[in-house]
Design a protein around this ligand. Sequence first.
Ligand SMILES: O=C(O)CCC(=O)C(=O)O
Ligand SMILES: [Fe+2]
Length: 341
Amino acid sequence: MLSARHTPGNDCGTSDGDHDDGNHESASAPETPTAVLAVFRCAAQPPSPQSSPRQAKLSARYLVRAAPRSLHYIPALFTPTESAALLQKVYACKACPPWTSLRSRRAKTVGAVVVGAKYENENENEHPAERGRENKETTRGVIRYPFPPWLETVVDRVMQTGVSWGEQADGEEQAVRPNSCLVNEYAVGQGIFAHRDGPAFHPLVATVSLGGTGVLELEKAEKLDDDDTDNSREPTQSSILSPCSVFLEPGSLLVLSGEAYESWTHAMPPREEDFGPFANAGALSGGDHGNADSDGVWHQRRRRRREATRVSLTLRRVAGEVNRDAAADVLAKIKGRFGRR
Ligand SMILES: O=C(O)CCC(=O)C(=O)O
Ligand SMILES: [Fe+2]
């Protein structure tokens, strides 16, 4: 099991990615209750406004300059063959919980699961009134299930890029692995509403795309936390202020950290066709999804039909303190659902 480091700003608090749907509590319990290793109390604690947003330590060549800081796009981290094999693993995974069907996608959380959460926008039907809203959950615990081996190999590859989920308590530079993975499945025409992932997964999430293509639209959050209006804050580090779109190819990795994580919403509009310009057009790997013509000129405004179901693996890290009451509660629920083993 991975150790649960408690790093500032990395507490369980708000979870926006799977938040919307109560995905954690009801359908996320893997079928093996023995996998429960610990339950933690989460102290909702937004990142300190004084500290500059933590940026992912990734090669500058992956930085998307036409997007808010700090968004990195790594094309072709997985080959088409590897991506196809991973898709099979996702669908065949016996150690993973069942899918939760949502309004415009299916989702499941593999690994550490936030439980007892109440989300302001729990009811996704309220969308689009919820647009851009950050969840204020009253999370009470986290259950740590291990990742299945195939997911650990995904993490290994992702971490080769230099991505790390926080620093060790002693300040030593050492890679910290993610412990939770939100798996989203979007049929062609489906998507996810605008949200921020919030303090639960701060300071960073990294998403592997498999199957079909997708587009993430980023927009500066309209309603920022009080702290964000503090004049004494450092000037914005964002290179841009207007909304932008990022094209996501299968096999790619997208890393959101810094302001892109904290102050911008991201959404995948539910549609069958996407339009440029794409902020990462110059970084796309090409091939079947290429935008470049024979002269290498990028056609940023080209239409892109979504042709296949897209599956994304969003790697995150959750931390928290032991909460024995929540543990007892959760274990009782799991036993009730799956019976004693
Ligand atoms: O599917 C994606 O690429 C984005 C998923 C996402 O934003 C989330 O789960 O929080
Ligand atoms: Fe998200």
